[in-house]
Design a protein around this ligand. Structure first.
Ligand SMILES: *Cc1c(COP(=O)(O)O)cnc(C)c1O
Length: 217
């Protein structure tokens, strides 16, 4: 037993009124854990490390939608370009251009989310508001080939203070509203510890690991 089925089903139920999508974050978890959840109907899985993702993708059913949610290095894009469903953490023009280049090589369109830095913590990756606007403007005037910017992604501070977390999510939602709309686009925010606040703040895609698979070592 690798999956907390009760927790999984109660999360799905909570997401339903918002029409939000669950990405099951399976990083560091074995193939068997993913298979178990797959058997329950889950198709969207999130991974953070390229090597780990590649070995899992090879071993598991082809209809899994793999989300790359970690910090992607430009020199690793080529490995996941043939199959990746959605890249969540795009935080530079350099990376976006490399994804475009590899998408063209693979003759496919790769969907991405731009990651915005919303946390007060310094360690988290992401674009600031100015950088986000620059990239959106550039892409609107001179679209990068093979790229579809589907929306935004962000991570709130790791904090016990719900008001702080909420204010960070609402800031992301405000930026999201400038360029996207919730009917057609993706706002990826919310993890095990803060997904309820994220949903209240307008998230329509949550990335949840430990509540489903148990704590990671
Ligand atoms: C690990 C991770 C998650 C899931 O974290 P949990 O707290 O286990 O739900 C979500 N998003 C990103 C970017 C992660 O790295």
């Amino acid at each position: 037993m690798h999956v907390n089925a009760v927790s999984y089903h109660s999360i799905l139920k909570e997401l339903r009124p918002n029409g939000a999508v669950l990405v099951a974050v399976s990083k560091t978890k074995p193939i068997e854990a993913i298979s178990e959840l797959y058997e329950m109907g889950q198709r969207d899985f999130g991974e953070n490390y390229v090597q780990e993702l590649l070995s899992k993708q090879e071993a598991l059913p082809a209809d899994i939608r793999w989300h790359f949610i970690g910090h992607l290095q430009s020199n690793k894009v080529k490995y996941i370009a043939p199959f990746i469903y959605l890249v969540h953490g795009v935080d530079s023009l350099k990376l976006l251009k490399e994804i475009s280049r590899q998408a063209v090589r693979q003759d496919r369109t790769i969907k991405v989310l731009l990651q915005v830095h919303i946390a007060t913590e310094e360690t988290k990756f992401g674009l600031n508001e100015e950088e986000l606007k620059e990239i959106m403007l550039l892409h609107q005037t001179e679209p990068l080939q093979g790229i579809e910017i589907r929306g935004l992604m962000g991570m709130a501070s790791f904090s016990e203070d719900p008001d702080l977390v909420r204010s960070e999510f609402l800031m992301l939602k405000r930026l999201f509203n400038m360029f996207f709309n919730p009917e057609n686009h993706i706002l990826s925010m919310g993890m095990s510890g803060d997904y309820r606040i994220a949903l209240e703040s307008g998230s329509n895609m949550v990335r949840i690991g430990s509540l489903i698979f148990g704590n990671r070592n």
